[in-house]
Design a protein around this ligand. Structure first.
Ligand SMILES: *Cc1c(COP(=O)(O)O)cnc(C)c1O
Length: 456
C-alpha cells in the first residue's frame, strides 16, 4: 500500500542516528593506507596525532569498526539544524513532466549554508576533549571555514583559517561571517608561514590554491603549542561524520517504503557524496540491495573521470601523508574561469576505491549547464542552490528527463549540499552571459600528473 509522501519528510529528533557508519568496515578490498611522506610506510596513530587530534587520527585509520557512537554533545548541537529534510521535488517533477520521483536531501539549513557543519562540530568537539587551545584549517570557497568557525565558537576554541587568496578577495562576506564567529582569517599564500613565503617567492602574485592553503594551515598547527590541523573534506574521518546525511536519508525513505533507484551527489573531495551513499554502498557491499550511485564533478577539475588512481600528495607543500586516490596531480590548479568550489586535485580514498571497484559511476559536467540547472531549480523549487550542489541537480534533471522518454517511474535521490547566497559573483557572470567553460587539455593534465610521487 502506497502512503502519500509529504513534500518534506522530517524525521523526529529521536529518530536521528546515534551512530556514524564507517563504510570501510564492509569493504572487502579496503582503501590503500595513507603513507608517511618521508618513510613511505603506512602512518601510525602516533604519527598522525602530531597533526590531527588523537581521536580523529584513530577514526582516520580505523577501517574495521562499522559504527561509531556520536557523542551526546555533538548530537545536542546537531539538533539545532538536524534532522535535515528529505524533500520530494513535486514541483520540479511536474515542471519536467517526468514520471520519475525526485527527492533531495537538503543540507543548507544552517548559517554556514552547507553540510560541512556535520564534520566541523565533530572535529571541534574532539579538539576540545583533548584540551587543545585551537585548530587551524584552510578554506577555499569559504563554506568549511564558516562551518568550523561556528563549531569552534560553540566550544570556545581558537580558530585560524587560511583562505585561498582569490576567494578572500572575491568573497568578503564569507570572511566577515567567519570573523563574526570569532575566527581569524589569513589570505593564502601568506607571509606568516615558511611554506607560504616560499610559494610567494616562487610564484609572485599567485592567487593561491587549496593545496597551498592546506600546507600553510598544517605548518601553523604543528608550530604552535596546543593546536592541531583540521580538514573539511577528503579524509575518511570526514566521510564518517558525513554518513549522518546518508543514514537520515535512508531512514526517511524506509519510513515511507521508498526504495531509491539512483543516488546522485556532487564530488569535490568526496565528503558529502561519501556520506550520502555510505549506508547504501554498505548494503551493496553486503549483497543486500543494488543502487546506481553517481558522482558528479566539474569538467574543469575532473579527478574521477580523467585523473589517475595513484598515490599523490594531498597538499602543494608535500607535508601531509600521501594518499592513494584518483588525482590530477597536486600541482593542478583549475582554470581561473572555474566559478564554483569542487576544485581539489584529488578525491577521498574511500570514494576512489569504491569507484575503482565499480560501485560508483562518475560524470563530469560543464559549468554553464550547471548554472542553467541551478537557475531552473531555484525558479521551481525556491531554494537558491550552491554552485557545487547544482552539479548534482544537473544530473538529477538529466536522469529525470531520461525517465520521461522511457516512461520509467524511477526514484532519484540527490544531495542538495548547500545554498548559494555567497556565490552571487558567479551567478552574476552567468546572468550577464559572461560565463564560459574551460576543459583542461590532455597535455595540461599530463603535465600535472607527471609530478606524481613514485611509490610502488
Ligand atoms: C564543500 C562543498 C562541497 C564539496 O565538498 P565535498 O567534500 O566533495 O562534499 C559541495 N557542496 C557544498 C555546498 C560545499 O560547501
Amino acid at each position: 500500500m502506497e502512503q502519500t509522501i509529504p513534500y518534506k519528510i522530517y524525521l523526529e529528533e529521536q529518530e536521528m542516528p546515534k551512530q556514524w557508519y564507517n563504510v570501510r568496515a564492509d569493504m572487502k578490498k579496503k582503501p590503500a593506507p595513507i603513507l608517511n611522506p618521508q618513510t613511505l610506510k603506512p602512518v601510525t596513530v602516533d604519527e598522525l596525532s602530531a597533526i590531527f587530534c588523537t581521536e580523529l587520527a584513530k577514526q582516520e585509520l580505523d577501517d574495521t569498526t562499522p559504527y561509531f557512537d556520536i557523542p551526546q554533545e555533538i548530537r545536542d548541537f546537531y539538533k539545532m539544524y538536524r534532522p535535515s529534510p528529505l524533500v520530494r521535488a513535486y514541483c520540479l517533477e511536474k515542471k519536467l513532466g517526468t514520471p520519475a520521483h525526485i527527492y533531495y536531501k537538503f543540507e543548507g539549513n544552517n548559517t554556514s549554508g552547507s553540510h560541512k557543519l556535520n564534520s566541523a562540530i565533530a572535529q571541534a568537539y574532539y579538539a576540545k576533549q583533548q584540551g587543545l587551545k585551537g585548530v587551524t584549517t584552510e578554506t577555499g570557497a569559504g563554506q568549511w571555514g564558516t562551518a568550523l568557525s561556528m563549531a569552534c565558537s560553540y566550544f570556545d576554541l581558537d580558530c585560524q583559517v587560511y583562505m585561498v587568496k582569490c576567494s578572500y578577495e572575491q568573497k568578503p562576506f564569507r570572511r566577515e561571517v567567519m570573523r563574526t564567529y570569532g575566527a581569524s582569517v589569513t589570505p593564502s599564500p601568506s607571509m606568516k608561514t615558511n611554506v607560504g613565503r616560499k610559494i610567494n617567492e616562487e610564484f609572485p602574485g599567485t592567487t593561491g590554491s587549496l593545496g597551498c592553503a592546506i600546507s600553510e594551515a598544517v605548518e601553523a598547527a604543528t608550530s604552535q603549542e596546543g593546536y592541531r590541523y583540521v580538514l573539511g573534506s577528503v579524509l575518511t574521518q570526514v566521510l564518517l561524520h558525513q554518513s549522518i546525511i546518508g543514514l537520515e536519508t535512508k531512514a526517511a525513505l524506509d519510513k515511507y517504503g521508498v526504495k531509491a533507484d539512483m543516488i546522485i551527489g556532487c564530488a569535490g573531495g568526496g565528503s558529502n557524496l561519501g556520506g550520502l551513499i555510505s549506508p547504501f554502498a554498505g548494503q551493496m557491499l553486503r549483497g543486500e540491495a543494488d543502487y546506481k550511485l553517481i558522482a558528479v564533478e566539474p569538467a574543469s577539475c575532473p579527478s574521477l573521470t580523467r585523473g589517475k588512481y595513484a598515490y599523490d600528495f594531498c597538499d602543494t607543500g608535500k607535508v601531509c601523508p600521501l594518499a592513494k586516490m584518483y588525482t590530477l596531480g597536486s600541482g593542478f590548479i583549475p582554470s581561473a574561469n572555474h566559478a564554483g568550489g569542487l576544485r581539489y586535485h584529488g578525491m577521498s580514498s574511500v570514494v576512489s576505491e569504491l569507484y575503482d571497484q565499480g560501485l560508483i559511476e562518475a560524470r563530469s559536467v560543464e559549468q554553464t549547464e550547471v548554472f542553467k540547472a541551478a537557475e531552473q531549480f531555484a525558479r521551481i523549487e525556491g531554494i537558491l542552490p550552491a554552485p557545487e550542489s547544482s552539479h548534482a541537480i544537473k544530473v538529477a534533471i538529466d536522469e529525470a528527463l531520461k525517465c520521461k522518454e522511457t516512461g520509467e517511474e524511477k526514484n532519484i535521490v540527490f544531495g542538495l549540499t548547500g545554498t548559494g547566497y555567497f556565490d552571487m559573483f558567479a551567478y552574476q557572470r552567468y546572468n550577464d552571459h559572461e560565463m564560459s567553460d574551460y576543459i583542461p587539455t590532455d597535455e595540461e593534465l599530463q603535465k600535472s600528473l607527471s609530478t606524481l610521487p613514485v611509490v610502488e
